[in-house]
Design a protein around this ligand. Structure first.
Ligand SMILES: NC(=O)c1ccc[n+]([C@@H]2O[C@H](COP(=O)([O-])OP(=O)(O)OC[C@H]3O[C@@H](n4cnc5c(N)ncnc54)[C@H](O)[C@@H]3O)[C@@H](O)[C@H]2O)c1
Length: 309
Protein backbone atom coordinates (compact mmCIF):
# COMPACT_ATOMS: atom_id res chain seq x y z
CA UNK A 1 0.00 0.00 0.00
CA UNK A 2 1.32 3.47 -0.89
CA UNK A 3 1.97 6.05 1.84
CA UNK A 4 -0.68 8.80 2.21
CA UNK A 5 1.34 11.97 1.48
CA UNK A 6 -1.35 14.65 1.20
CA UNK A 7 -3.96 13.66 3.81
CA UNK A 8 -5.54 16.10 6.27
CA UNK A 9 -3.35 14.57 9.04
CA UNK A 10 -0.29 13.35 7.14
CA UNK A 11 2.80 13.30 9.35
CA UNK A 12 0.86 13.26 12.63
CA UNK A 13 1.01 10.55 15.29
CA UNK A 14 -2.27 10.10 17.15
CA UNK A 15 -3.36 7.85 20.03
CA UNK A 16 -7.00 6.79 20.30
CA UNK A 17 -8.41 4.92 23.28
CA UNK A 18 -11.37 2.62 22.67
CA UNK A 19 -10.15 2.43 19.05
CA UNK A 20 -11.11 -1.24 18.72
CA UNK A 21 -14.85 -0.82 18.25
CA UNK A 22 -17.77 1.57 17.76
CA UNK A 23 -17.05 5.29 17.60
CA UNK A 24 -13.35 4.92 18.55
CA UNK A 25 -12.75 2.54 15.66
CA UNK A 26 -14.58 4.80 13.20
CA UNK A 27 -12.41 7.73 14.32
CA UNK A 28 -9.23 5.59 14.11
CA UNK A 29 -10.02 4.47 10.55
CA UNK A 30 -10.80 8.03 9.43
CA UNK A 31 -7.66 9.45 11.09
CA UNK A 32 -5.56 6.72 9.42
CA UNK A 33 -7.19 7.42 6.05
CA UNK A 34 -6.05 11.04 6.45
CA UNK A 35 -2.44 9.88 6.80
CA UNK A 36 -1.69 9.75 10.57
CA UNK A 37 0.02 6.88 12.37
CA UNK A 38 -2.17 5.49 15.15
CA UNK A 39 -1.71 4.05 18.63
CA UNK A 40 -4.73 1.77 19.00
CA UNK A 41 -5.40 1.68 22.75
CA UNK A 42 -8.15 -0.78 23.56
CA UNK A 43 -8.60 -3.21 26.45
CA UNK A 44 -10.99 -5.32 24.35
CA UNK A 45 -13.71 -5.60 27.00
CA UNK A 46 -17.45 -6.24 26.94
CA UNK A 47 -19.89 -3.37 27.52
CA UNK A 48 -19.65 -3.66 31.32
CA UNK A 49 -15.82 -3.73 31.27
CA UNK A 50 -15.35 -7.49 31.75
CA UNK A 51 -13.45 -10.17 29.74
CA UNK A 52 -10.48 -8.24 28.32
CA UNK A 53 -8.75 -9.51 25.18
CA UNK A 54 -5.85 -8.07 23.17
CA UNK A 55 -7.35 -9.47 19.92
CA UNK A 56 -9.52 -6.35 19.39
CA UNK A 57 -6.53 -3.93 19.42
CA UNK A 58 -4.34 -6.30 17.38
CA UNK A 59 -7.00 -6.78 14.67
CA UNK A 60 -7.59 -3.02 14.41
CA UNK A 61 -3.83 -2.43 14.04
CA UNK A 62 -3.70 -4.88 11.12
CA UNK A 63 -6.70 -3.19 9.47
CA UNK A 64 -5.13 0.27 9.88
CA UNK A 65 -1.74 -0.85 8.51
CA UNK A 66 -3.49 -1.89 5.29
CA UNK A 67 -4.24 1.84 4.72
CA UNK A 68 -0.53 2.63 4.27
CA UNK A 69 0.13 4.15 7.72
CA UNK A 70 1.79 2.63 10.79
CA UNK A 71 -0.09 1.48 13.89
CA UNK A 72 0.76 0.09 17.35
CA UNK A 73 -1.53 -1.80 19.74
CA UNK A 74 -1.70 -1.02 23.47
CA UNK A 75 -4.15 -3.46 25.02
CA UNK A 76 -4.04 -2.34 28.67
CA UNK A 77 -6.69 -0.84 30.96
CA UNK A 78 -6.73 2.92 30.30
CA UNK A 79 -7.79 3.70 33.88
CA UNK A 80 -4.25 2.73 34.95
CA UNK A 81 -1.57 5.47 34.97
CA UNK A 82 1.05 3.25 33.35
CA UNK A 83 -1.30 2.43 30.43
CA UNK A 84 -1.86 6.16 29.81
CA UNK A 85 1.91 6.66 29.84
CA UNK A 86 2.47 3.66 27.56
CA UNK A 87 -0.03 5.03 25.01
CA UNK A 88 1.91 8.30 24.77
CA UNK A 89 5.44 6.88 24.91
CA UNK A 90 4.57 4.27 22.24
CA UNK A 91 4.04 7.13 19.77
CA UNK A 92 7.00 9.23 20.95
CA UNK A 93 9.49 6.32 21.06
CA UNK A 94 8.40 4.89 17.69
CA UNK A 95 7.63 7.98 15.61
CA UNK A 96 9.19 10.89 17.56
CA UNK A 97 6.06 12.81 18.67
CA UNK A 98 2.49 12.60 19.95
CA UNK A 99 0.36 15.10 18.03
CA UNK A 100 -3.10 14.19 19.23
CA UNK A 101 -4.99 12.00 21.68
CA UNK A 102 -8.65 11.01 21.51
CA UNK A 103 -10.17 9.40 24.63
CA UNK A 104 -13.08 7.26 23.45
CA UNK A 105 -12.82 4.21 25.76
CA UNK A 106 -15.92 3.67 27.84
CA UNK A 107 -18.12 1.15 29.66
CA UNK A 108 -21.65 1.15 31.09
CA UNK A 109 -23.00 -0.08 34.44
CA UNK A 110 -26.56 1.22 34.55
CA UNK A 111 -28.43 1.43 37.87
CA UNK A 112 -30.66 3.94 39.64
CA UNK A 113 -28.74 6.07 42.15
CA UNK A 114 -30.49 4.52 45.17
CA UNK A 115 -29.52 0.97 44.07
CA UNK A 116 -25.99 1.59 42.73
CA UNK A 117 -23.07 -0.33 44.26
CA UNK A 118 -19.69 1.21 45.04
CA UNK A 119 -18.12 -1.05 42.41
CA UNK A 120 -20.55 0.15 39.70
CA UNK A 121 -19.70 3.75 40.59
CA UNK A 122 -15.92 3.24 40.76
CA UNK A 123 -15.59 1.21 37.55
CA UNK A 124 -17.41 3.75 35.36
CA UNK A 125 -15.65 6.78 36.86
CA UNK A 126 -12.30 4.99 36.44
CA UNK A 127 -12.61 4.10 32.75
CA UNK A 128 -14.24 7.34 31.56
CA UNK A 129 -12.91 10.12 33.80
CA UNK A 130 -9.59 8.73 35.03
CA UNK A 131 -9.12 7.22 31.56
CA UNK A 132 -8.99 10.80 30.24
CA UNK A 133 -6.63 11.97 33.01
CA UNK A 134 -4.12 9.14 32.43
CA UNK A 135 -3.84 10.06 28.75
CA UNK A 136 -4.16 13.89 28.92
CA UNK A 137 -1.58 14.09 31.72
CA UNK A 138 1.16 12.27 29.83
CA UNK A 139 0.25 13.76 26.44
CA UNK A 140 0.27 17.35 27.75
CA UNK A 141 3.67 16.79 29.39
CA UNK A 142 5.09 15.97 25.94
CA UNK A 143 3.06 18.47 23.88
CA UNK A 144 4.08 21.50 25.99
CA UNK A 145 7.70 20.76 25.11
CA UNK A 146 7.09 20.01 21.41
CA UNK A 147 7.33 22.95 19.02
CA UNK A 148 4.35 21.54 17.13
CA UNK A 149 2.10 21.39 20.26
CA UNK A 150 -0.85 19.02 19.86
CA UNK A 151 -4.53 18.30 20.43
CA UNK A 152 -6.44 16.71 23.31
CA UNK A 153 -9.90 15.44 22.39
CA UNK A 154 -12.23 14.04 25.04
CA UNK A 155 -15.52 12.23 24.64
CA UNK A 156 -18.44 13.26 26.80
CA UNK A 157 -22.16 12.68 26.20
CA UNK A 158 -25.38 14.65 26.34
CA UNK A 159 -25.84 12.58 29.52
CA UNK A 160 -23.35 14.92 31.27
CA UNK A 161 -26.33 17.18 31.94
CA UNK A 162 -28.19 14.38 33.79
CA UNK A 163 -29.15 10.73 33.34
CA UNK A 164 -31.68 8.98 35.57
CA UNK A 165 -30.40 5.42 35.17
CA UNK A 166 -26.72 6.33 34.77
CA UNK A 167 -25.65 8.67 37.60
CA UNK A 168 -22.10 7.23 37.48
CA UNK A 169 -21.83 7.72 33.70
CA UNK A 170 -23.38 11.19 33.89
CA UNK A 171 -20.94 12.25 36.65
CA UNK A 172 -17.97 10.87 34.70
CA UNK A 173 -19.08 12.66 31.51
CA UNK A 174 -19.51 15.94 33.45
CA UNK A 175 -16.07 15.44 34.96
CA UNK A 176 -14.61 14.96 31.47
CA UNK A 177 -16.04 18.33 30.39
CA UNK A 178 -14.53 20.09 33.43
CA UNK A 179 -11.20 18.27 33.05
CA UNK A 180 -11.06 19.19 29.35
CA UNK A 181 -11.89 22.85 30.08
CA UNK A 182 -9.08 22.85 32.67
CA UNK A 183 -6.70 21.37 30.09
CA UNK A 184 -7.86 24.03 27.60
CA UNK A 185 -7.07 26.81 30.10
CA UNK A 186 -3.65 25.29 30.74
CA UNK A 187 -3.11 25.08 26.97
CA UNK A 188 -4.14 28.73 26.54
CA UNK A 189 -1.74 29.87 29.27
CA UNK A 190 1.10 27.87 27.66
CA UNK A 191 0.58 29.48 24.25
CA UNK A 192 0.00 32.99 25.72
CA UNK A 193 3.45 32.66 27.32
CA UNK A 194 4.93 31.97 23.87
CA UNK A 195 4.79 28.17 24.11
CA UNK A 196 3.41 25.76 21.53
CA UNK A 197 -0.24 25.71 20.40
CA UNK A 198 -2.28 23.02 22.16
CA UNK A 199 -6.07 22.70 22.09
CA UNK A 200 -8.46 20.66 24.24
CA UNK A 201 -12.08 20.03 23.28
CA UNK A 202 -14.86 17.48 23.81
CA UNK A 203 -17.19 15.65 21.46
CA UNK A 204 -20.63 14.52 22.63
CA UNK A 205 -21.45 11.89 20.01
CA UNK A 206 -24.59 9.89 19.33
CA UNK A 207 -24.30 6.84 17.07
CA UNK A 208 -25.58 3.30 16.66
CA UNK A 209 -23.15 1.04 18.61
CA UNK A 210 -23.50 -1.74 21.18
CA UNK A 211 -23.46 1.01 23.86
CA UNK A 212 -26.48 2.88 22.48
CA UNK A 213 -28.49 -0.27 21.66
CA UNK A 214 -30.70 -0.02 24.76
CA UNK A 215 -31.31 3.74 24.87
CA UNK A 216 -34.93 3.79 26.12
CA UNK A 217 -36.36 6.85 24.32
CA UNK A 218 -36.39 7.27 20.53
CA UNK A 219 -33.59 9.79 19.98
CA UNK A 220 -31.92 11.24 16.93
CA UNK A 221 -29.07 8.92 15.91
CA UNK A 222 -26.60 8.13 13.13
CA UNK A 223 -23.53 6.02 12.37
CA UNK A 224 -20.13 6.00 14.15
CA UNK A 225 -18.53 7.16 10.88
CA UNK A 226 -20.59 10.39 11.11
CA UNK A 227 -18.55 11.39 14.19
CA UNK A 228 -15.11 10.98 12.58
CA UNK A 229 -14.79 14.09 10.34
CA UNK A 230 -15.21 16.44 13.33
CA UNK A 231 -12.52 14.51 15.24
CA UNK A 232 -10.20 14.72 12.21
CA UNK A 233 -10.78 18.50 11.95
CA UNK A 234 -10.11 19.13 15.66
CA UNK A 235 -6.90 17.04 15.51
CA UNK A 236 -5.59 18.95 12.49
CA UNK A 237 -3.55 22.15 12.28
CA UNK A 238 -6.63 23.82 10.69
CA UNK A 239 -8.64 23.18 13.87
CA UNK A 240 -5.93 24.16 16.36
CA UNK A 241 -7.51 27.58 17.17
CA UNK A 242 -10.65 25.83 18.41
CA UNK A 243 -10.25 25.45 22.18
CA UNK A 244 -12.37 24.73 25.30
CA UNK A 245 -15.46 23.69 23.29
CA UNK A 246 -18.04 20.91 23.54
CA UNK A 247 -19.59 19.80 20.24
CA UNK A 248 -22.48 17.37 19.88
CA UNK A 249 -22.21 15.30 16.72
CA UNK A 250 -25.04 13.12 15.39
CA UNK A 251 -25.72 12.18 11.77
CA UNK A 252 -25.42 15.36 9.69
CA UNK A 253 -25.77 17.69 12.72
CA UNK A 254 -22.91 19.32 14.66
CA UNK A 255 -23.89 21.66 17.53
CA UNK A 256 -21.84 23.73 19.94
CA UNK A 257 -22.71 23.78 23.67
CA UNK A 258 -22.86 27.00 25.66
CA UNK A 259 -20.20 27.86 28.24
CA UNK A 260 -21.48 27.77 31.84
CA UNK A 261 -21.69 31.14 33.55
CA UNK A 262 -23.67 32.81 36.34
CA UNK A 263 -26.82 34.37 34.91
CA UNK A 264 -28.38 36.39 37.77
CA UNK A 265 -27.31 37.57 41.26
CA UNK A 266 -28.96 38.95 44.36
CA UNK A 267 -27.29 40.70 47.30
CA UNK A 268 -27.95 40.51 51.05
CA UNK A 269 -29.83 43.59 52.31
CA UNK A 270 -27.68 43.62 55.49
CA UNK A 271 -24.20 42.41 56.42
CA UNK A 272 -25.07 38.74 55.78
CA UNK A 273 -28.03 36.68 54.53
CA UNK A 274 -30.65 35.09 56.79
CA UNK A 275 -32.61 32.07 55.48
CA UNK A 276 -35.82 34.13 55.83
CA UNK A 277 -34.44 36.88 53.58
CA UNK A 278 -33.44 34.28 50.97
CA UNK A 279 -36.90 32.71 51.17
CA UNK A 280 -38.49 36.12 50.56
CA UNK A 281 -36.17 37.34 47.79
CA UNK A 282 -35.11 34.30 45.73
CA UNK A 283 -38.51 33.59 44.06
CA UNK A 284 -38.77 37.24 42.90
CA UNK A 285 -35.16 37.95 41.92
CA UNK A 286 -32.74 35.27 40.74
CA UNK A 287 -35.52 32.59 40.76
CA UNK A 288 -34.64 29.09 39.47
CA UNK A 289 -33.00 28.53 36.09
CA UNK A 290 -35.28 26.34 33.91
CA UNK A 291 -33.95 22.79 33.50
CA UNK A 292 -34.81 21.70 29.94
CA UNK A 293 -34.25 18.03 30.77
CA UNK A 294 -36.69 17.95 33.68
CA UNK A 295 -39.16 19.99 31.60
CA UNK A 296 -38.77 17.44 28.79
CA UNK A 297 -39.25 14.55 31.22
CA UNK A 298 -42.47 16.15 32.51
CA UNK A 299 -43.71 16.63 28.94
CA UNK A 300 -42.96 13.00 28.01
CA UNK A 301 -44.62 11.65 31.18
CA UNK A 302 -47.75 13.71 30.38
CA UNK A 303 -47.79 12.41 26.79
CA UNK A 304 -47.43 8.82 28.03
CA UNK A 305 -50.25 9.33 30.55
CA UNK A 306 -52.52 10.75 27.80
CA UNK A 307 -51.67 7.88 25.43
CA UNK A 308 -52.55 5.41 28.22
CA UNK A 309 -56.04 6.95 28.73
N1 LIG B 1 -22.83 5.33 21.15
C1 LIG B 1 -23.38 6.48 21.52
O1 LIG B 1 -24.47 6.88 21.04
C2 LIG B 1 -22.67 7.34 22.52
C3 LIG B 1 -23.35 8.45 23.04
C4 LIG B 1 -22.68 9.30 23.91
C5 LIG B 1 -21.37 9.04 24.26
N2 LIG B 1 -20.73 7.95 23.75
C6 LIG B 1 -19.36 7.71 24.18
O2 LIG B 1 -18.57 7.33 23.07
C7 LIG B 1 -17.54 6.46 23.53
C8 LIG B 1 -17.50 5.19 22.65
O3 LIG B 1 -18.73 4.54 22.78
P1 LIG B 1 -19.21 3.38 21.79
O4 LIG B 1 -20.66 3.55 21.68
O5 LIG B 1 -18.35 3.37 20.59
O6 LIG B 1 -18.91 2.11 22.72
P2 LIG B 1 -18.22 0.68 22.41
O7 LIG B 1 -18.63 -0.17 23.56
O8 LIG B 1 -18.55 0.22 21.03
O9 LIG B 1 -16.65 0.98 22.47
C9 LIG B 1 -15.97 1.22 23.66
C10 LIG B 1 -14.55 0.71 23.51
O10 LIG B 1 -13.81 1.07 24.69
C11 LIG B 1 -12.98 -0.02 25.05
N3 LIG B 1 -12.69 0.04 26.49
C12 LIG B 1 -13.56 -0.12 27.51
N4 LIG B 1 -12.93 -0.06 28.69
C13 LIG B 1 -11.63 0.17 28.43
C14 LIG B 1 -10.49 0.36 29.24
N5 LIG B 1 -10.56 0.28 30.59
N6 LIG B 1 -9.29 0.60 28.64
C15 LIG B 1 -9.21 0.67 27.29
N7 LIG B 1 -10.26 0.47 26.46
C16 LIG B 1 -11.46 0.23 27.03
C17 LIG B 1 -13.81 -1.25 24.69
O11 LIG B 1 -12.99 -2.41 24.58
C18 LIG B 1 -14.45 -0.82 23.38
O12 LIG B 1 -13.66 -1.17 22.27
C19 LIG B 1 -17.80 6.18 25.00
O13 LIG B 1 -17.02 7.03 25.80
C20 LIG B 1 -19.26 6.55 25.15
O14 LIG B 1 -19.57 6.93 26.46
C21 LIG B 1 -21.35 7.09 22.91
Amino acid sequence: MEKIVDGYLTGKNIAITGAGSGIGKAIALAVATEGANIVVADYGVSLDGSDPTSDIADETVEEIKSFGVDAIAVAGDISQMDTGEEVVTAAVDTWGSIDGVVCVAGILRERMLFNMSEDEWDAVIAVHLKGHFTVYRHAMAVMRKQESGGSLLGVTSGAFTASTAQPNYSAAKGGIVSLTRSAAMTAASISLRGGPAINANCLAPTARTRMSENVPFAIETGEPSDIAPMAVYLLSDKGRDVNAQVYSVVGRRISVWNQPREVRSMFAPGEAWTPEEIEAMLPNTIKQEPNPFIDDLERRMKEMAQEGQ
